[in-house]
Design a protein around this ligand. Sequence first.
Ligand SMILES: [Zn+2]
Length: 349
Amino acid sequence: MRHVLRFRRSREQNRLKSYIIAAWRLAAIIYPTADSVKAGERTRNVKALQKLFFWCALLAALTGLFYLRGDGADQASVDARTPVALLTGDGPVQTTMAEYLPFAVAAEMPASFGPEALKAQAVAARTFVLACRRHENADVCTESGCCLAYLDEQALHERWGGDFGKNMRAVRDAVAATDGEYLTYEGEAIQAAFHAGSIGATEDSAAIWSKLPYLVSVPSPETAENAPELITTSAVSPARLAAALGLEPAGDPAGWLGPAVLDEAGRVRTMTVLGKRFTGSTLRSLLGLRSTAFTAAWDGTGFLFTVSGYGHGVGMSQTGAMLYAAQGMLYRDILAHYYPGTELVRRAP
Ligand SMILES: [Zn+2]
């Protein structure tokens, strides 16, 4: 690492040297000495000036190319200097936020969600990594059920096919545009939870984990009309329901379900099944429902669960971020909406 830095520094020095020499030559032409102010000298000076302009233009073009290639961006990047210990299936790997984050964002959000939604996702994912304390020997793992989803280049080629180049650029742009930025509450990186989508409102963290002042229920723009994919149904037979919940079937299934007790966000807090009380989260997990925002009805042969939203419902809704971005909202405002009271800061370079 050190020799790379030294190499970069010497390249910087060489560039600086070229600029100084060019400036000195220009000065010599613009301010000729009294002896050199002769017609011949002037012609020579004009020729020298033309030559100098040519080399300056070439140098500027090469410098531009150098920065476009990304080396220059890396030098200015906070993410490139933020180490990340990534726990993969093959063990911990040392990488950087700049190297890691695009592959997490690409795995977590469709690249088609638009630049501002992708930026909001990049900040949320970066914040998640900085606050993650789930592993002793790593900052974050590649399991979506534990930390953040992660897809390597090969998996993304398979997912995106011919759109790989375009999508990867969109994701990398979102990461670079938010370089080093993360969310804090009272100076600490927040638990930046996010989920696929909510209908109407997000969930309060207290309903699932513990209460956090910035993970409270807020309105979200998804409706059954603008996000119909977030409404799903699941048919569950009486036998499967009883088996999944570890209950003994008894009596007419029409009377098995008690009324749902809803929380402030309108999601199922508790529901009784065959006289036993379950939390909405437990029912969601045991029955494989997409969220705790569900209703259940007996249709004569089985139970029909109608589910709104996808995910735990806490923090930023990704579909909501996409809809807000489509309305022209900027990523900072999307983040401020879903994580109220937090501050967007940039790590010191
Ligand atoms: Zn993990």
